[in-house]
Design a protein around this ligand. Structure first.
Ligand code: SF4
Ligand code: SF4
Length: 419
């Protein structure tokens, strides 16, 4: 880069060197979507995501410069996470589908250190500390997508994703809020969705509601599979379970059908950490110093270690997923965004997927899941067994109903085997 290049162009070039795929600079004014955002919250469309509605967080999201006087601009970075195709998992109901963004390493662990490194570089360039600066990747109340639009990255698609016209929407966004007065990029002003509404028709739960009067895309998060399989801590509403199909963590459907994500635009990630994890044997630990996975300390632990592989994230067999005990879950989810669902939530999702598969060969695993220590897992296993409906499934449900003490699970059992 020429020695006389501007600070802004050197900053963006440094971001690309660090592994980001795009970078832009936005002004930090009040949100243009404040009224819409407040109305969306008032309608309860954020579901149980209470952190979105906390008054202080709403204020920081909608007026970042007012809530932190001194902040002037935002650097927005994008990192492509597309790990490649999931084989035939989408069409194989015996396999689970994990959203593309979560098949590899937890993106927070990849992006945040790079943003901090970028900040240190910037401080060295300007010759001063920037104590107000904040690096964020989903970790602070920041309207990343609005800042991305202002930074010229792209537009809000009807699927609510930020779409880069040259690269589609399979990318993470990170932001660096700065007290520096930087020259901003030209905001992206167009809506390139045009007359397309492919995502609205493809959403299996009807979560996408089109654009509001001001042109903002509206989603009812309470119906979105990403919310139901990740954020929701309790039972998945029964009427929505069939539509989830074999999605066990997140959902990419409204991105997959988007014409801007076709092969002409989309490239695979340059970050090896985002590639899907392969199945692997459980970690075997020997004696030795330092932190590390726990040694098997009982016969049953040793037995599991000898028997069960840790599932991969590219189309894992549902029967392998439902068999994960706490130790296997710990290994499966370590360092992965999947951990957010917790074991109870994840196995809840797997039980729903098994019920949607509907195959009698799933019955023995679901009968074992009826004994799971987590009520959430037992309750959804009951639903799945009722869907499969074989004599063996029916007998197991009746047997469990006779001894189950948890009120929620009893409700599920009563719905599955009415008097
Ligand atoms: S992620 Fe899936 S469920 Fe959510 S809006 Fe998109 S298609 Fe619908
Ligand atoms: S599928 Fe069509 S309407 Fe939906 S975000 Fe993509 S271009 Fe826009």
């Amino acid at each position: 880069m020429a020695a006389d290049a501007t600070l802004e162009s050197r900053l963006k070039a440094r971001a690309l060197e660090l592994g980001f795929d795009r970078a832009g600079i936005a002004r930090l004014g009040p949100s243009e979507h404040a009224a819409f955002y407040r109305a969306w919250l008032a309608q309860g469309r954020h579901g149980e995501m209470a952190y979105l509605a906390r008054a202080d967080a709403v204020q920081r999201r909608l007026e970042p410069a007012a809530s932190q006087p001194g902040l002037r601009s935002a650097l927005v970075v994008c990192q492509n996470y597309h790990p490649g195709d999931d084989g035939a998992a989408d069409d194989d109901p015996s396999r689970g589908v994990v959203a593309r963004y979560a098949r590899g390493r937890d993106y927070h662990r990849v992006i945040k250190p790079k943003l901090v490194e970028l900040l240190r570089w910037l401080e060295a360039e300007v010759g001063q500390a920037l104590p107000l600066a904040r690096a964020s990747v989903d970790t602070a109340p920041v309207l990343e997508r609005e800042l991305a639009r202002r930074a010229g990255i792209g537009w809000f698609g009807r699927n609510t994703m930020m779409i880069d016209p040259r690269a589609g929407s399979y990318f993470f966004l990170g932001t660096l809020l700065l007290e520096l007065e930087l020259e901003t990029d030209l905001a992206f002003a167009e809506d390139r969705c045009g007359s397309c509404d492919a995502c609205l028709g493809a959403c299996p739960t009807g979560a996408l509601l089109g654009r509001d009067d001001a042109g903002a895309p509206v989603i009812d998060a309470r119906r979105c599979i990403s919310y139901l399989t990740i954020e929701l801590r309790g039972p998945i509403p029964r009427e929505l379970r069939p539509a989830i199909g074999n999605r066990v963590f997140g959902c990419d459907i409204c991105q997959s059908v988007c014409p801007f994500n076709n092969a002409r635009f989309v490239r695979l990630t340059r970050e090896p950490g985002y590639l899907a994890r392969a199945p692997r044997p459980p970690e075997q630990t020997g004696p030795g110093p330092g932190p590390g996975p726990k040694r098997p300390d009982s016969e049953s632990d040793s037995g599991r270690a000898a028997a069960a592989a840790i599932p991969g994230t590219s189309g894992p067999a549902l029967l392998d997923l439902i068999a994960m005990d706490e130790a296997a879950w710990d290994e499966f989810s370590r360092g992965s965004a999947i951990r957010r669902a917790r074991r109870a939530g994840f196995l809840r999702n797997v039980a729903v997927a098994l019920g949607n598969w509907g195959a009698p060969e799933a019955v023995p695993a679901l009968v074992r899941a009826l004994e799971d220590p987590e009520p959430l897992v037992r309750g959804h296993a009951a639903w799945a067994l009722q869907r499969i409906g074989t004599a063996e499934a029916q007998a197991a449900l009746e047997e469990r109903r006779a001894v189950e003490e948890d009120a929620y699970v009893r409700d599920e059992l009563i719905a599955a085997v009415p008097d």
